[in-house]
Design a protein around this ligand. Structure first.
Ligand SMILES: Nc1ncnc2c1ncn2[C@@H]1O[C@H](COP(=O)(O)OP(=O)(O)O)[C@@H](O)[C@H]1O
Ligand SMILES: [Mg+2]
Length: 256
């Protein structure tokens, strides 16, 4: 049997926001091409974990280690992390007024292509790819010409995150509550895209409360975050148990 080196490895990661400790000691590993679901009560630190790994300056790592493909992730700046193949879809994607969506995504795609030693896409080739991806995601083509997320509905913003994912083809994609605000077609398009990218080797860390989505994604591992650490590791049965009993009662079943 061969052992694969994890794509992402976190060891006792500790994260503070300002003076406050949010993640106490998070350890986890994600193998290349695998799919891990991260669950946890509101405020348990799921978004904090994603934003920290993406390199958001507000989240201060005060202990532990994080490696992506064997490299020290914490030593890299935000751009280097993206070029190394890390992608985060925001729980609340921000508007970027004045920056046209297709130029924004093409710049990101070409930066990642340059890091992979690939030639840049010109406007024409990029637009062909972007139109095809937008059609698959049910995103009107006109949204490619608007400023990023400007006037987009909640579900459209989430689809726009998926558009970036589809075009960037990262090594590790972190999807933070991608289903929130999305209609059933959007959820179906999400599952299709995730499965297609997994087939090409992308690994996923998916944050969701939505059991139907989690079941459709067929995760390799389900994790539960509590008190700043991974409190439970399991498979789909853990997600089903949480859906049935809630977060408060998983570790301490209430006996009469
Ligand atoms: N910018 C911030 N300033 C202060 N506290 C924050 C900030 N962002 C998040 N928090 C706090 O950190 C904790 C974890 O938040 P978050 O990672 O968003 O949780 P989750 O995504 O699991 O719902 C919460 O208690 C939240 O209030
Ligand atoms: Mg969150």
């Amino acid at each position: 049997m061969t052992t694969t080196q994890p794509l992402l490895q976190l060891e006792n990661l500790r994260v503070d926001i300002g003076e406050r400790n949010v993640l106490q000691s998070v350890s986890l590993a994600i193998a290349p091409g695998s799919l891990v679901v991260l669950m946890g009560a509101n405020g348990s630190g799921k978004s904090t974990l994603g934003l920290t790994l993406a390199g958001h300056p507000r989240y201060r790592v005060t202990g532990g280690a994080a490696r992506l493909g064997g490299q020290d992730l914490l030593a890299m700046n935000v751009e280097e992390r993206a070029r190394a193949g890390l992608f985060l879809s925001f729980q609340s994607p921000p508007e970027i007024p004045g920056v046209k969506n297709n130029l924004f995504i093409r710049s990101a795609v070409n930066a990642v292509r340059a890091a992979r030693g690939e030639a840049p896409l010109d406007a024409f080739d990029f637009l062909g790819d972007a139109r095809a991806a937008a059609a698959q995601l049910g995103l009107p083509e006109a949204m490619l010409n608007r400023p990023v997320n400007d006037g987009f509905s909640g579900g459209e913003r989430k689809r726009n995150e998926l558009l970036q994912l589809a075009l960037l083809r990262p090594r590790l994609a972190m999807l933070d509550e991608i289903d929130s605000g999305m209609d059933v077609d959007g959820v179906r398009a999400t599952v299709d895209l995730v499965q297609r990218l997994r087939g090409q080797g992308t690994a996923f860390l998916v944050v969701s409360h939505y059991l139907q989505l989690i079941e459709s994604l067929a995760p390799d591992t389900v994790l539960r975050l509590e008190d700043g650490r991974i409190a439970d590791r399991g498979d789909l049965s853990l997600a089903r148990e949480i859906a049935r009993t809630g977060f408060a009662r998983v570790s301490e079943p209430v006996e009469a």
